[in-house]
Design a binder for this molecule. Sequence first.
Ligand SMILES: [Zn+2]
Length: 1083
Amino acid sequence: MYSNALKTGCRTAMQAWKFKNELGKLRLDLAKANTEFTQHLLKAVSCNCPVSSTRFIQKRHRIKIALQRQRIQQSKPQIKQKFAIELRSRLYSYRCYRELTAIAVVVIASKQSQLPSVVSPKINCAQLSPLENFLCTENCHLSEHLDSAISSKQYVKQQKQFYRDYSNASFGAPLKYTEAPLLGDLCQKYGLVISRTSADVGLNYVAGHRNQFHRKMSTSSQKEFKRLPTNVVPTHYDLELQPNLEAFTFEGKTSVNLKICDSTKCITLNALDIKINSVELDVNGDKLQPSNISYSTDNETVTLTFDQELPAGASGILKMSFAGELNDKMKGFYRSKYFTPGGEERYAGVTQFEATDARRCFPCWDEPAIKATFDIALIVPLDRIALSNMPEVKEENLGHNLRRISFDRTPIMSTYLVAVVVGEYDYVEGKSEDGIIVRVFTPVGKKEQGIFALEVATKVLPYYKSYFNIAYPLPKMDLIAISDFSAGAMENWGLVTYRETFVLVDPKNTSLMRKQSIALTVGHEIAHQWFGNLVTMEWWTHLWLNEGYASFVEFLCVNHLFPEYDIWTQFVTDMYTRALELDSLKNSHPIEVPVGHPCEIDEIFDEISYNKGASVIRMLHDYIGEEDFRKGMNIYLTRHQYKNTFTEDLWAALQEASSKPVAKVMSTWIKLKGFPVVSVESIQKSDNQRVLKLTQNKFTADGSAPDGDYTWVIPVTVSTSRDPSKIAKTFLLDKKTMEVVLDDVSADDWVKINPGTVGFYRTRYSKEMLEKLLPAVRKMVLPPLDRLGLIDDMFAMVQAGQASTAQVLQLIDSYRNESNYTVWTAITNSLANLHILISHTDLMEHFNRYGEKLYRPVAERLGWDVQEGENHLDTLLRSLVLSRLVSFRCKDIIAEAQKRFREHADGTNPIPADLRSTCYKAVLQDGNEKIFNEMLQLYRSTDLHEEQDRISRALGCIGNVDLLRKVIDFAMSGEVRAQDSVFVIVAVAVNPKGRDMAWEFFKDNNQKLLEQYQGSFLLTRLIKYLIENFASEERAVEVEDYFKKNQFPGTERTVSQAVETIRLNANWLKRDLDSLTSYLKQQ
Ligand SMILES: [Zn+2]
């Protein structure tokens, strides 16, 4: 999927937040359980009785059953609430249990001065529920690993680490200390127990087995979630769907060929929000009806129970008919609104199944590893186009204005990649040089807007074919623009669906930037046809591999097709630095996260999976080299085609191809949260030899000490002034510190770490090393990516309080001659963060003056109009620089922009698409109601989604709060599609003038917004931008309190991240305000 451009978010399982008041009731039960537990534990400690823990387990089990019984008496939504609460509470008590057991072991060990094998409960595991069973095995492990005892101080440290790791493995929202009292003050109790523990005995268990912990804990926390049983598996589906595009319903039939692997009476498969009307199972000629059909909404499954045992080894055919709603939630089989050229409102039927929504369309085994072939047929009105993954093979007229269209059989594939579309479209068609038919479907009357994507797609297919050395396995490739679409695009095999702005190019009205991101998106989705569709992750835990990889390869492919875009340089500002920024927060998470329930799966389609995933793959690509990387990819894809893989399978293939320790290097990047900062000092040893001393530490956004012991295996590269574009040395930094000798370096030479900004880490140079680099920046001897990396690292140090803002502004001065677009993007991004701080002070005018001085020389070089033969990046740079100068209130630039806008609005001289946003901003930031209305007229006069986006987002920069309020009303008016209105509100919220008002608006309208966006990444996005630009402790507390009292399920991680950012801003401001004031006032 392409969600990158739309960023982070989605739902999580943390329904518990929503139902917090329910906690009160449960609290009593748990407090009781905990008291009992403590008593048992004390008994266990005093008599060394191994059975006590067993009793405790049994006791708890009884309490749990009582809770469950209580649940059953409640209504359905209440059950759901209780379920969520209990799940979370169980996490707590499980954590407490573990820790207390560990402590008990320590206590016993200290008493006996020997290793306590007695703690291992000798009980019959078969009698226990899976949770207890798990606890029991964990306990056995615990005693096995007691052989290395360490000091209790260290134990406490490890325990803290354990908390953090645990919260990572929990539902995505960190568990908070403040919530501990919910469990009867247990947290305080361990404090007491620990303080009584002998000082020289402890556990080394937690640290050494952290990864196992992660895995196991997640198993336990998601006990209620189970993957489908594999006793019966499908091999082929016949699927027929008939949407009713007026009543917004659909009917369907499936006939599934099954293999019965183990004899059973039950078949469990996924189904959600659909009603199964009839079921018949044909086994060995017997036609069986189920005696019972039971749905589980929590597990999103349906279980068919038969009276007779289905024999192992038999095959069967399961026939079902079902019906559902053509919903408006942009998932499953849904309706998408469009207008005919005559202005009539109509609806298309569209599917979006990733990650787990095929089950909303037809009953199926909806897991990526349960692959099958599909024969799909659609019954549609005669005047509608019907598309699916494969080409059409047969058409029958059914009368009543209906036809039945059958599609060819698909290869063996996962359910989340199945797709159908029914609607009215025009298309353009081409053929790739290797004979694949490519079509781009557009709204009626706009087929020429599909030409650019068609060109890209027809070129991309043969490129990947030769890159992977495997042909595209399907006979056709369709791309289609969908008017209501929640993500950016979706890689359904053979039928890729796109948001209109991610595929349509109107040559007169599409900006270069948009065109570039369309090329990337098309490259991304087509890469998935191999990496994802042909070879699929075994489970969603490995999703990052799909997305990180596709997000990397899209650049490889665009670089091949459009070398003039210099796209790899842009990778660094688009993907890499954004990932670093997010990943430096305490509330980040490791790339690979164990997930279970569907609501957890959606949460991992975030910047860590996409951007950090792509960045570490780029680092790996660089480490093993292009040739071996290609070879390894071919091994991987060939070996696993039509099958499923784990992350480790890719490492194995790449290791085989490169003979380098790929798994060892990569596992630290995948399993650890955050990234290192490499501090480097140098000593000149002789005329020609320099010694570098490198030290790695975890980088933290606030400069605080890391929350544990982190060591990465870092492929480090070094360049020197002898040849700035060549790697002088490569080595692996796999311990805390290391010394490296560089030959051929004289005392005057500079040394640059991480040339090309490829390694996913930051570098902190000693003062001398940095000073040597500056002239190379000024003279632009240092390559662009190195200039960029330097400034970005430096800025991060400033935010972390390890360098002062005035220092970095001085450094930026060295970039005044800069000519590279991407370097300017990095500077602009950094200054944008600073701009937020300044907006909380009275320094804005001084800051504007500083900005104007910095950007003006470039603007003067570029002018307003595109020069003949101008390169791509200069065109992008012009938009960037002029837009900044407008924001810096540069008078002559604003006047020129206003003049151009006038001619544009009159229709005398349209502004080129690349400069439109800039000119819109110039008139709007000081605009009055008349301008506002004029912009609305422009909005209404276009039907190009891109232009509507551009105008509606520009409205956010109006300087008048009353008008900004009208902008929000406009966003909510229905005139803006629900998928877009969030971005308009965000535009208002990021304007310092609109910041408070937007936040008040949100609070006043929270229910309405929640109803509209719950369970969507759009809500996360909205909340992030509404709050993260505050910069005071009071605001941080206010926001925290607000989200404690008002529940927005699925936004917990975002809220924690944003609150963390508010505090970072506040501290930064406090720290640097004085020096910043004096620096800016001197300008
Ligand atoms: Zn993707």
